[in-house]
Design a protein around this ligand. Sequence first.
Ligand code: NAD
Length: 471
Amino acid sequence: MDKHENIYLDGTWVLPHGDEWHDVIDPRTGTPTASVRLADEQDVDRAVAAARRAFEGAAWPLPDRLRALRALHDRIAERTDEFADLISAEMGSPDQFSRQVQVGMPLGTLATTIEVAESYDFDEPLGPSFLAREPIGVVAAITPWNFPLHQAMAKIGSALAAGCPVVLKPAELTPLSSYLLAEVAHEVGVPAGWLNVLAGRGPVVGEALARHPDVDMVTFTGSTAVGRRIGALAAETVKRVTLELGGKSPSVLLDDLSTEEFARAVQTSVGFGLMNTGQTCAAWTRLIVPEERYDEAVAIATATAAAVGPTLGPLVSETQWQRVAGHLREAVEDGAQVLHGTAEPSLPEAGYRMEPVLLGGVTQEMRVARNEVFGPVLALSTHRGDDDAVALANATPYGLSAGVFGGDAERAVAVARRIRSGTVHVNGLNSNRLAPFGGYRQSGNGREYGRLGLEEFLEVKSIQPPAPQEN
Ligand code: NAD
């Protein structure tokens, strides 16, 4: 079993002050795959001091930063297999998914970030004045376990492009890919202090970062409950906080889809809802179909869930497995019907697999219509026309992502405009890496990716023109 005793701080691997060891469990087997020594508050002080020295020391000019990010991109691409195997071992995603999505997606996002920063006007004329956009300062990045490399890269790529040093605290469950990332950053010559990586517990290292007076910004992805806590701690020093939190995203099918379009829409929605075993913040976990087409939807959705099930990896941990099982119990108590799978799963002898579960007849009063499950559980509900569909789509505290499918694309876009969420896909899952990603309401604030993602890490200074000299 691999042992990771050191943290990556100020350009070197050093022994942390924290002395607690933590096992990283392979969710495919339920057995430890590595052990890491966790940092503590004193290590946070050291890491933040290193980042601050980097920020205030010799300049690291934009062309050099972009060169380093390009080299980072290329080296991660070369080491794809290593990253993918590590991510499969720490969070359980199947081999192909790890290569294509867990590693492929961050590479795509990083390439776009570099492109955007290359052509970005950091100085913008405004009448006789100009706006100077400057790095906000030291950034703390706190990331979850579901897309460990992607969540880390989305933050680090934009922060470094903007000129901000980063202290990264990965999730307890998945520190290994972040340590490999630190190794690659070191290899490609990211200067000392610009990237620091500490494995540590959320309530210890995460809170110390959120509270730290020398951290200028916290960028967080994870649960709404922790996001709220981070926001409250960060408020003491009025630091900038961007939060990418949970969701309960809907896919809305309108009544004018042809039989074929309807089938494709259900298949796409179920596929996206189950992606990464449902452990995806943007997953469409509520399928909202016209009342008169419910049976048609059930037939296609159950067939799709049956086909997709065997391709999915396990849930990330036993805790997550038990949480999902708890949501299933609640759903049945509230009157949801089980259309596919079982609402009483039994924990496998090894690892944390769970078959997908499709729940039917879900109404707004049921807890499963509102609460994020973060597992392979989809809820099927019905609507009575566009107004009702919009009301249901908006009837949760979240607003991260949504899908709208309609025979008439213009009408579908009109419905998309009425949905209160940061992303709405119309008639498919097309995505554009330049487009920002983030939440309305309790799905968070701030945006990631592309130009808006870069700007989160920038302050704006108005340089007013010199006043006319008096004679
Ligand atoms: P979490 O929010 O508890 O953890 C995310 C990160 O925050 C981890 O790095 C964790 O160590 C850190 N953290 C935990 N407590 C903290 C604190 N008090 N202060 C600062 N940092 C802290 O998420 P989780 O336990 O890994 O998963 C629980 C739920 O979060 C899931 O069921 C799901 O609803 C949601 N989630 C959302 C996303 C997303 O992409 N939006 C990703 C993972 C989990």
